[in-house]
Design a binder for this molecule. Structure first.
Ligand code: 6PG
Length: 228
């Protein structure tokens, strides 16, 4: 598998520690982070908002999203709403917030991500089918052109609803650090497949550094590697 795998007891806590470290070691004045959707991410952001509230100067943080469902920003399935409720509204002002808005098309986000150059952190989850962001098995965006940083996409299996906008692999590769957070026994088969080298969407992620933080339930049976 590409990246470092660490089994952790406290996934939100480990995620928060990694974000604080990336913030403290950021090369620039500002800090650019792309948020994920999903319930694992929600728990991570709630902890970051509480434990990181004082440790991060949120006024230099620029928020992006790694993917979004094409729904209104106040829709219960919106990743923007998740990020705002779990993190942004709790930490107060940020330097900038760049939600993905399907109705604006791809160009604006392509330009925005292109202008940043490198993102300090891209946070990703993984579905039980091995998808990450909104890059689903068998979906068109897996084969986006190398210059395309964002794409519309949808899940051909129908398991993951709503049309989507997502960073492509080229967009994700702009990350200095990708942090995967994977929790729960339902994810273990997909994680074991990624470790075994199967070509699942999450396995294709490349970036400056890829760090997999997984809880004990998702960890491969008998895993003897790094633990925190
Ligand atoms: C999305 C997410 C998606 C998510 C995984 C894991 O928009 O659905 O970005 O990639 O991270 O599906 O979600 P859970 O943490 O809820 O299992």
């Amino acid at each position: 598998m590409n990246g470092d795998l660490v089994v952790v007891d406290d996934l939100p806590g480990a995620f928060t520690a990694e974000v604080l470290s990336a913030f403290a070691n950021r090369p620039g004045e500002e800090f650019d982070i792309a948020l994920s959707g999903g319930e694992t991410a929600r728990a991570c952001y709630e902890r970051l908002a509480s434990d990181g509230a004082q440790a991060i100067d949120w006024l230099v943080v620029n928020f992006f999203w790694g993917d979004e469902r094409c729904v209104p920003p106040d829709h219960m399935d919106s990743n923007e709403l998740l990020g705002r409720q779990a993190l942004l509204e709790k930490v107060g002002a940020a330097n900038a917030v760049y939600p993905m808005r399907c109705d604006e098309g791809l160009d604006a986000y392509q330009l925005r991500v292109g202008e940043v150059g490198q993102l300090d952190v891209v946070h990703l989850g993984m579905g039980a089918d091995g998808h990450t962001a909104s890059l689903f098995p068998g979906s068109r965006a897996l084969d986006a052109d190398p210059g395309q940083l964002v794409s519309f996409n949808e899940d051909p299996s129908g398991r993951n609803k709503h049309p989507r906008m997502t960073l492509t692999y080229a967009g994700i590769a702009r990350a200095r650090l990708v942090i995967f957070t994977v929790a729960g026994e339902s994810k273990r088969p997909a994680l074991e497949a990624v470790i075994a080298g199967e070509d699942l969407p999450a396995a294709r992620v490349r970036a400056g550094r890829v760090l997999w933080l997984v809880d004990g339930a998702a960890a491969p049976t008998g895993y003897s590697g790094s633990r925190q």
